[in-house]
Design a protein around this ligand. Structure first.
Ligand SMILES: [Ca+2]
Ligand SMILES: [Ca+2]
Length: 178
């Protein structure tokens, strides 16, 4: 099916030199949107992707440093955005994150549920920063009973530090109905 991304840039992983789609906006809520076009009628839709959490993400933000929260939403057929999953990520052992839970459901240790850490080759900051990058392999299934264009929004929901300090990206994105 046709698909178009906006709000991202092609970046290259420090290790392995493979490319991925990195957030490019410098606004506080950095968004990459995926317009999937008109879909045939189906009962469910599964969105699968690898999420790269890069740099000094501060997690839930319960220590007074401000959290780094991230969300995936969908808009079906031009309707208002609906939450699919809203969470936070931490790359510092001293700071908890929400993932694999949502922000309403409590916290977990930093990097909980990550497929891998420090695999992409981003540098670890000195001192208390333990993880330069983390990979999360995510898959969400939504009910989508109406045909029509679908837009998927991947974005942060809290003020972030400079993009050279805290960034994120997508790889291996797929959207399929059944
Ligand atoms: Ca930080
Ligand atoms: Ca932060």
């Amino acid at each position: 099916m046709p698909a178009d991304f906006t709000g991202g840039k092609i970046s290259t992983k420090p290790v392995g030199a493979r490319q991925f789609l990195e957030t490019a906006e410098t606004t506080q809520t950095r968004t990459i949107s995926l317009s999937v076009g008109s879909l045939p009628t189906h009962q469910k839709l599964t969105i699968s992707f690898d999420l790269y959490i890069i740099g000094t993400w501060d997690g839930a933000g319960y220590q007074g440093f401000g959290g780094d929260w991230w969300q995936i939403e969908v808009s079906r057929n031009g309707a208002a955005r609906e939450n699919v999953f809203h969470t936070s990520f931490s790359n510092q052992q001293t700071k908890p994150q929400h993932f694999p839970k949502q922000v309403t459901d409590g916290t977990s240790p930093a990097a909980k549920g990550a497929l891998a850490t420090n695999l992409l080759g981003y540098p670890k900051a000195t001192g208390k920063f333990d993880v330069g990058d983390a990979i999360y392999r995510l898959s969400y299934t939504i009910s989508n009973p109406t045909a029509g264009p679908l837009v998927v929004y991947f974005h942060t929901t809290t003020p972030m530090q400079d993009i050279n300090d805290e960034s994120w990206g997508l790889d291996n994105v797929s959207v399929g109905g059944n």
